[in-house]
Write a protein that binds this ligand. Structure first.
Ligand SMILES: Cc1cc2nc3c(=O)[nH]c(=O)nc-3n(C[C@H](O)[C@H](O)[C@H](O)COP(=O)(O)OP(=O)(O)OC[C@H]3O[C@@H](n4cnc5c(N)ncnc54)[C@H](O)[C@@H]3O)c2cc1C
Length: 924
């Protein structure tokens, strides 16, 4: 875009640009927000022939939730592992009956094709040794979690896709451009464009479009985190509710806004708790007595209610418990949580002197936010991502498709892109008044630069959110909230700014205020309690399915007020016995009435806002800037390389950098290869596995693992990887084996040859590789390995080959290490436990090590009921909760047997919540 007349540095004072100087852009499909949903919407619309403009207020390469690291697909319906209808029913239950199942079904039925599409782009999903998706069961019913070992790279992969030549011809990306209003046609109200500004130069931008897709993510900056930091939110803090405000002012309906997002997290650290990662490894949440307390399933407000109740009780604080796990398991959890999910997480624990081995990790709950993807608060959409405004779409966390998470954001981005691609650019006049109003919204802080600064006003606004809107809610508190937010509209209009960056922050505060008002009014309107903690009304404590099994829609009336409609739930596509939506007609509720609150004063004479300078403001206080060390001159060849990468170079163009004398340049060139993946990448990377510099070798190992889904499995690559098995760097040998296995480029003889490697991690990789080729004899030979990790891997591997047999497990059942014996016993559940061996399993229930007893209880799930049920029933008295849980899970196999049912009925009063909840499943 052209440079503006006013100064362009983000730190220099701007002047208000003239409306007539606006930069005008035009496109068929305008996508606002280049995160998960937005990138997919742009790709699909372009593939369908539309000219796309993608506007992102940050930079598409790094922006949005994905760039913060994903550890897995939360909700994959993988054929053979889960059924779409079961998923639809599950989400209906999780959302207390209030869903438009046609939208949820889209995610259920299209999610797997999306996983495969992402895989074709190079995104890695965890697979077992045979190349099958390694879906995990995290919830008590259904297996939907598909781990992503390289989840930190998803955004990089998508960016590579957007930069492909064919896509670049159709998709124009403008980074640092932030729309603030959707423009609508003055007569028919359809979306025809947007107005915004450049967050670096301050230039005003007006776009004409045939259709507009909002993909701006959740409102993550609504409540104030317990740390008090404005940007220390659970969600990506650039997602300030922009799209909610834009949709509202464009006249679209929003729905379920009162169903807030609240998540468990690590106390004082703004990262998720990662139960999805820790739980499949054996981690869990406990109170200070070490008792599990979560009874309901993971993805519900009920679970958050249990969490909040525990925190408020004498049993608090609560912890993520990993300290009972063996060293190698903790290593594996750390390698995911401290790299994929958040690299700062390890540093945080280290700073406190805490370690998962010695300390359970204190947990807390997050601030409130709005988010369709994690709960249900969003812009109302149909099964094609259409909002109620013609040609305006919403996708991702912004759209109200409950518990849609990442894969749902991709699916709805795709649906929006497909539908919107029908429209060509709008060529009529744009409404001057709407443009002028957007211009005023953006630039008004420049007119009074001395006005209260954004951090101060935002802190105050969000403190009111915590005080009055966060659950438990009451009519009185919510009414006070509405008054506070009305009052703050004037204060927000008076905020001061001098730079383009500050203008962005001020506009965001106006969006947060809009969202806060919607959250308070919608919570007032729904006069019942629903979704556990998400909408807990102390003054209406019961769920009221007769009056309120209805969506609550919110929209801006023609006169500019916020008004509500109770909309019947659409007839279910998949019946769920617990809910029977009454149907009937919509109830127009109009504006919501405030509860009179004595201290609030009469409504028409609200007390004047206190001068902003009186507000205690720990965030806004001037802090002396840290001394910045003088920057070293950037390496000129590195700079040339970085600019080359933007043009998707071929291998020849990168070759001089790959051979550069400086290892830093070679490593950067290897990373560039990983980002752009031109023809010949695989062999070039394999060659760099033998580089003399550890930096370059590590970059090559990482890039090979990252690209494994898109590298052609040719002989040259195979030869390069085999050569790398002789490199004296164990991490390289381990990576080479991993890629050889995944690309099916090795055989049993090759892998068996590595079983005497000096490094344990390499031998574990060799075991995985042997499993992938079903080499049982070679695997059995590894059962005598000196390292426990290898022997545990062998035990699991013997159950994971295609035709598993119990006999090879024999020596491992007598192993001197209890973890190996435990793993071997558990493996019997997969191989089958021969009649003669059930007595060994029964004996093992008396082993001093709980891991052996838990393995034995699992093994007993694979013998005849008459042999298994009596010892399993006895194991329900075991002092260790994990042994009791394993016994319950095995007893569930025999639930047709009356004595198993009796035992399970007893276990439904177990002191451990997990044991209770699984035992209760016998009754279903
Ligand atoms: C910490 C965390 C961990 C998660 N882990 C998982 C997981 O492991 N598995 C899983 O399935 N899901 C996970 N999720 C959920 C998943 O990441 C989200 O559901 C999904 O990424 C949402 O996609 P989105 O496109 O709606 O938002 P985002 O990907 O965040 O994109 C929104 C984009 O819009 C831009 N934007 C905002 N306002 C404007 C504006 N006015 N103009 C221009 N651009 C704008 C933002 O900068 C951003 O790039 C996680 C979420 C978080 C926060």
């Amino acid at each position: 875009m052209s440079s503006p007349a006013s100064p362009a540095s983000p730190d220099t004072a701007l002047t208000v640009p003239d409306l007539a100087d606006a930069t005008e852009l035009s496109c068929d499909v305008l996508v606002i927000g280049g995160g998960t949903a937005g990138t997919m919407a742009a790709l699909t619309a372009a593939e369908r022939g539309a000219n796309v403009l993608l506007l992102e207020k940050a930079h598409v390469r790094h922006s949005g939730a994905l760039a913060m690291g994903m550890d897995g697909v939360n909700n994959a319906v993988v054929p053979g592992r889960a059924e779409p209808d079961d998923y639809v029913a599950e989400i209906t239950r999780a959302n207390d009956g209030l869903v438009d199942q046609s939208t949820v079904r889209q995610t259920a039925t299209r999610g797997f094709a999306m996983v495969q599409r992402l895989e074709s782009y190079g995104v890695k999903f965890e697979k077992d040794e045979h190349g099958e998706y390694a879906v995990r069961q995290v919830h008590r019913s259904g297996s939907y979690v598909l781990p992503m070992p390289e989840g930190k790279d998803v955004k990089k992969v998508l960016y590579r896709q957007l930069r492909r030549r064919e896509m670049r011809e159709r998709i124009r990306i403008e980074n640092r451009v932030m729309p603030v209003r959707v423009l609508t046609h003055p007569e028919d109200g359809r979306a025809v464009g947007a107005a915004g500004f450049n967050t670096r130069t301050g230039e005003f931008v007006v776009v004409r479009a045939g259709a507009v897709i909002l993909a701006t993510g959740p409102c993550g900056r609504l409540g104030l985190p317990a740390s008090g930091y404005l940007y220390g939110t659970y969600e990506n803090p650039t997602n300030a509710g922009d799209g909610y405000a834009m949709a509202y002012h464009a006249g679209a309906a929003l729905t379920g806004i009162e169903c807030f997002q609240i998540n468990p997290l690590i106390k004082d650290y703004n990262g998720p708790a990662c139960a999805y990662v820790a739980n499949p490894f054996g981690g869990y949440q406990v109170n200070r007595h070490g008792e599990r307390f979560v009874e309901s399933d993971y993805w519900s407000g009920q679970m958050m209610a249990e969490f909040a109740a525990e925190l408020a009780s004498d049993r608090a604080p609560v912890y993520l418990k990993l300290s009972h796990l063996p060293e190698e398991t903790i290593d594996a959890v750390e390698s995911i949580l401290h790299t994929t999910e958040r690299p700062t997480r390890g540093t945080f624990h280290e700073g406190r002197g805490h370690d998962y081995r010695t300390h359970d990790i204190e947990m807390h709950i997050s601030e409130i936010g709005l988010c369709g993807g994690h709960s249900a608060s969003g812009v109302r959409v149909d099964a094609h991502a259409r909002t109620t405004v013609p040609r305006l779409y919403a996708a991702g966390d912004l759209a109200s498709v409950p518990h849609n998470y990442m894969i749902g954001a991709f699916v709805f981005g795709d649906l929006a892109g497909e539908d919107a691609a029908r429209y060509r650019a709008y060529e009529g006049e744009l409404d001057r008044e709407q443009i002028a109003a957007a211009h005023e919204l953006v630039y008004r802080p420049l007119r009074h630069p001395e006005g209260p600064p954004q951090p101060q006003v935002e802190y105050k606004l969000r403190r009111f959110v915590n005080d009055y809107v966060a659950p438990p809610k009451t009519g009185a508190k919510l009414s006070l909230a509405v008054e506070a937010f009305d009052r703050m509209a004037t204060e927000i209009a008076g905020m001061g700014a001098r730079t383009a960056h500050e203008l962005m922050r001020c506009a965001e505060v106006s969006f947060i205020r809009d969202c806060a008002e919607m959250a308070a009014r919608a919570s007032l309107a729904r006069t019942e309690s629903r979704w556990g903690l998400y909408h807990e009304r102390l003054d209406h404590p019961e769920r009221d399915d007769t009056g309120w099994l209805h969506h609550l829609d919110l929209r801006k009336s023609p006169s500019g007020t916020m008004e509500f409609t109770a909309r019947p739930v659409e007839p279910y596509l998949v019946p769920v016995p617990e809910f029977d939506p009454p149907g009937g007609l919509e109830r127009h509720l109009g504006e919501v009435a405030l509860v009179p609150v004595a201290t609030a004063g009469p409504r028409d004479a609200a007390p004047a806002a206190r001068p902003a300078t009186d507000v205690p403001d720990p965030v806004g206080r001037a802090v002396p800037a840290p001394a910045v060390p003088a920057a070293e001159a950037p390496h000129p060849r590195l700079l040339r390389l970085l600019s080359l990468v933007e043009d998707s170079p071929d291998l020849d163009a990168l070759a001089p950098y790959l051979d550069d004398a400086d290892p830093a340049v070679r490593a950067a060139a290897v990373t560039a290869l990983g980002e752009t993946a031109p023809a010949g990448t695989g062999p070039a990377l394999a060659a760099r596995l033998r580089d003399g510099s550890p930096l370059v070798r590590a970059a090559a190992s990482a890039a090979l693992r990252e690209l494994v889904e898109v590298l052609p499995a040719g002989p040259e690559l195979g030869a390069g990887l085999r050569e790398a098995l002789a490199v004296p760097d164990a991490a390289v040998r381990s990576a080479a084996l991993d890629v050889l296995r995944a690309l099916r480029l090795g055989d049993a003889a090759l892998y068996a040859g590595v079983l005497d490697d000096t490094a344990v991690e390499v031998r574990v990789q060799a075991v995985r590789a042997l499993v992938s080729v079903d080499a049982v004899a070679e695997l059995s030979a590894a059962a005598a390995d000196p390292a426990r990790e290898v022997r545990v891997a062998v035990a699991r591997g013997l159950a994971a080959v295609r035709r598993p047999e119990p006999e090879p497990l024999g020596p491992l059942l007598d192993d001197s290490d209890p973890l190996v014996r435990g793993a071997a016993l558990a493996a019997l559940a997969g191989t089958g436990c021969p009649p003669g061996w059930s007595a060994r399993a029964e004996d093992a229930l008396g082993d001093p090590a709980w891991q052996v007893r838990a393995g034995a209880a699992t093994a007993l799930g694979a013998v005849a009921a008459d042999l298994a049920v009596p010892p399993l029933a006895k194991a329900l008295d075991d002092p260790n909760a994990d042994v009791r849980k394993a016994a319950v899970l095995s007893l569930l196999v025999y639930r047709a047997d009356p004595s198993a049912r009796t035992a399970l009925a007893g276990a439904s009063a177990d002191p451990d919540a997990d044991v209770r909840a699984y035992a209760a499943r016998a009754a279903r």
